[in-house]
Design a protein. Structure first.
Length: 176
């Protein structure tokens, strides 16, 4: 395991064998990172986040509480995960929102998925196995296994194999 001296890893965080944590990363308490991950510069991993083995998270990604990332996922630079469907700083009476004043919406990214740079992942969805999210996409609903999704909002435009090759159907993608 390698943790750059400028990284902040809070007590209670678990980091697997062979994982590399680079410059200015912040990993909060009770986050669990698997083995052989690469966590790029300036990444924020919130409390309780679950990250599998051999995950690559590029620079300046925000992975907020309620996100689970399975094995072998690629997360491109500047991707942002959300966790609140109705974010507000204050309540209707003007009082500052407290932790109990919002509802956590969980997100799951399944094995082998790839999320392109500058994408936004709206909370409460699942990104399927080996799906590919194009750069800049805003993902607002569940993505099936092997789907190729682009745009704002994200739409399925095709299918990809586990190696990333574009094919005609989901069945072709599964067959590889």
């Amino acid at each position: 395991m390698f943790i750059h001296p400028s990284a902040e890893v809070e007590a209670g965080a678990v980091i697997g064998e062979g994982t590399k944590v680079w410059h200015l990363v912040h990993i909060r308490r009770d986050a669990h990172l698997g083995g052989e991950c690469v966590i790029g510069r300036g990444v924020f991993i919130d409390a309780g986040v679950q990250i599998g083995n051999r995950v690559k998270i590029q620079n300046y990604v925000s992975v907020f509480h309620g996100v689970k990332i399975e094995d072998g996922v690629f997360v491109g630079p500047h991707v942002c995960f959300t966790n609140d469907m109705f974010p507000r700083a204050i309540n209707p009476d003007g009082s500052l929102k407290a932790p109990d004043d919002w509802v956590l919406s969980e997100t799951l990214v399944k094995t082998g998925a790839a999320i392109g740079a500058n994408s936004t992942i709206v909370c409460g969805i699942t990104i399927g196995r080996w799906a590919m999210i194009g750069s800049g996409t805003v993902v607002t609903k569940d993505v099936p296994d092997y789907a190729l999704v682009v745009g704002n909002p994200g739409k399925i435009i095709g299918w990809v194999t586990a190696s990333g090759k574009r094919v005609a159907t989901q069945e072709d993608a599964i067959a590889g």
